[in-house]
Design a protein around this ligand. Structure first.
Ligand code: EPZ
Length: 417
């Protein structure tokens, strides 16, 4: 087990390249099960989550090799439909193999996804949609079995614009007889990236990025080469790192309009941001003032940036309110920030943050991926030294996190606990 030792780091400066998006890579790796032949995926971040997803595909019989940030996947000879508990229970994203396996093999068995720190993470919307498409669903012994002799297109309206459910339905629908419509669909950039990958393979998907998506089924898919989009949440994380240290940094390999809600909110705090093509420049050389944050489905403010904003607002002038409307338990970072001297009161899905002039270093624990990143970023500006334990959470979703921070001048050391 490793931990980070982080000291107050002064103004961050310099430039870094943002990695490929974890949340685009996971569904696209799953979708590669749909095509017969050699799929080449580029700009894939080297993370434990992407490795786990590849291990699940190998259990089905796919051939998967990795060369740095490129994956070579061949799903021509699938000979198993069971995703083992010890793998599929480790990441929520594993549930995304259900849609493609239903479309390709007509059956799949996967462990009920374990809850995770930020909430129960149900999959009822996925299963309800599969049932509407004619699938039979059986649960027992911690597993879900989904099968269908003849998947048929359906008119589905999601109770909530679930990212995973939208992705799973899209992948099942490309193999269904007839056309599928998804109403109240998620509009996240990662949905568009998945649709672009599938359409490049021969699928006929229209409307991705809006709340109405149409998928014409049973179009033959052929393997293709595809590069996933940059990670907007990693980019937002480093933007907050610059803001909280009063730094001046440049981020390369980003898509600025994927970050519109984050750019707008940081600008409201007083951060100076300029964007050109695939580069964003951030300068925070004046005191920042507070602002309220309400997480919403895209294009609203992303829930994955909520913890990062809480760290930043903890040292902004004034009182801010954060409302977390997406997950029911996504404030675990709050008590850890309080240990660093922050003044935060949480009540249900709301948190009240009274900005303090400074934080103080402390020993804190990463409880989940984004909370861990938020505590690490807070430690950059805290007086003295901090220790962040359980950093395996952070390394699930941030490629070379400590190395990129060091490149920007951060005093961060990764040591064995
Ligand atoms: C994706 O999770 C992301 N993960 C999450 O990122 C992200 O926070 C989330 O979307 C929201 O943007 C990946 O893409 C791998 P949802 P997902 O289905 O698909 C409820 C990170 O830090 N819901 O949109 O699981 C659910 O409980 C991770 O990178 C149901 O009730 O999110 C939650 O409250 C964390 N029933 C809300 O919807 C369902 O069947 C949003 O979930 C499905 C979801």
């Amino acid at each position: 087990m490793f931990k980070y030792i982080i000291e107050q780091s002064g103004h961050l400066s310099g430039e870094i390249d943002i990695s490929g998006s974890k949340n685009a890579a996971l569904p696209i790796i799953a979708a590669s099960l749909l095509a017969d032949g050699d799929v080449v995926l580029k700009n894939i971040p080297c993370l434990s989550d992407t490795t786990l997803m590849c291990d699940i595909l190998k259990c089905f019989g796919a051939k998967v090799t990795a060369e740095k940030n490129t994956l070579y996947i061949n799903s021509s000879n699938l000979k198993n439909y069971i995703a083992p508990y010890d793998l599929s229970s480790k990441i929520r994203g594993s549930f995304l193999v259900m849609g493609p396996m239903l479309a390709r093999c007509g059956k799949v068995r996967i462990s009920l996804p374990g809850g995770c720190p930020i909430g129960t993470r149900p999959v009822d919307l996925h299963l309800k949609a599969f049932a509407q498409m004619g699938a039979e669903i059986l649960t027992g012994h911690g597993y879900i079995d989904v099968s269908s002799k003849k998947l048929t297109g359906a008119k589905i309206h999601l109770d909530f614009p679930s990212v995973g459910a939208t992705e799973n339905i899209m992948m099942a629908a490309v193999g269904a007889n007839g056309t599928t419509y998804i109403g109240n669909a998620s509009q996240e950039p990662e949905i568009v990236d998945l649709a672009n990958f599938l359409n490049k393979s021969g699928a006929k998907i229209y409307g991705a990025g809006t709340d109405e998506i149409k998928i014409v089924g049973r179009t033959p898919l052929s393997p293709c080469e595809y590069s996933v989009i940059p990670d907007r949440i990693e980019a937002g994380t480093f933007m907050v790192a610059a803001a909280i240290t009063g730094g001046k940094i440049t981020l390369n390999n980003v898509i600025p309009n994927h970050l519109s809600p984050v750019i707008a909110k940081l600008t409201e705090l007083g951060v100076k941001i300029s964007a050109k093509n695939t580069t964003i420049n951030i300068t925070a050389n004046s005191p920042l003032h507070c602002a309220d944050v309400k997480t919403m489905p895209h294009p609203g403010f992303p829930t994955d940036m909520q913890a990062l904003m809480m760290s930043l607002l903890s040292v902004c002038d004034g009182t801010s309110v954060i409302c977390e409307t997406i997950f029911e338990n996504r404030f675990m970072h709050a008590p850890e920030l309080v240990r660093m001297g922050a003044s935060i009161k949480t009540d249900g899905r709301c948190a009240i943050i009274n900005g303090r002039p400074y934080l103080t270093g402390a020993c804190v624990k990463a409880t989940d991926l984004r909370a861990g990143a938020a505590l690490s970023i807070a430690a950059l500006c805290a007086k003295g030294k901090s220790e962040i334990s359980d950093i395996y959470h952070i390394e699930r979703g941030y490629e070379l996190f400590d190395e990129k921070l060091i490149k920007l001048g951060a005093k961060i050391l990764k040591v064995k606990r």
